[in-house]
Write a protein that binds this ligand. Sequence first.
Ligand SMILES: [Zn+2]
Length: 218
Amino acid sequence: MGATPPSDPPVEQPAGPPEAPQAPPPPRLRVTKGAPWRIDAGRRAKWSAREFVSANAVEVRQIGDPVLHGPAKKPRLSRLEIESLVARMFASMVVAHGIGIAAPQIGVPLRVVIMDVDEAGIVAIEPKVEWTSPEQEETTEGCLSIRGMYGVLDRPLAARLVANDIAGKRFTLVGDEFGAQCMLHETDHLDGLLYVDRLKSREDLHTVEPEEEEPVSA
Ligand SMILES: [Zn+2]
């Protein structure tokens, strides 16, 4: 997904004394059942390497491209084919500085997403959102497929998703705040929906000004 608010710059970690390091905040995407196939440190390093990226990254499809506006299909691919698809998705996401990506964004109309908030590296096949919290918050959101823009919309504070891993085994993922937002954003892509389709008004869509930081996008 691509979605952090330009109004929400990365928080500087206060420099604490080395003998009392601060515990890292809990990850905003948490596996609660099963064990998804992940883009672990080894794959991340390999698939972020310059040569790999230049050989595998593709231009992210932009709003208006039919592949982004229709439902994606269940993938019927071998494990190797899915790995290769995920590698191309990841390399394309790295180039575009995203924190999530869905297969249709690289022109492949299949139900496969990567959710990478807090470098979770979670690969989800046929993901389904099975619960969202009634509590919502107003947030900003960007998308790799809508360059130079961001929107302001309400999103649930928490969500839960079930999906298959690369071997067809089920897992459950819980997302908080930005993690929930990423989950909802990516699964929307598989139904042909973009965040702009969820805006209450055109007034909630903004251009990223040149002096602003590009919003995090997915
Ligand atoms: Zn997106």
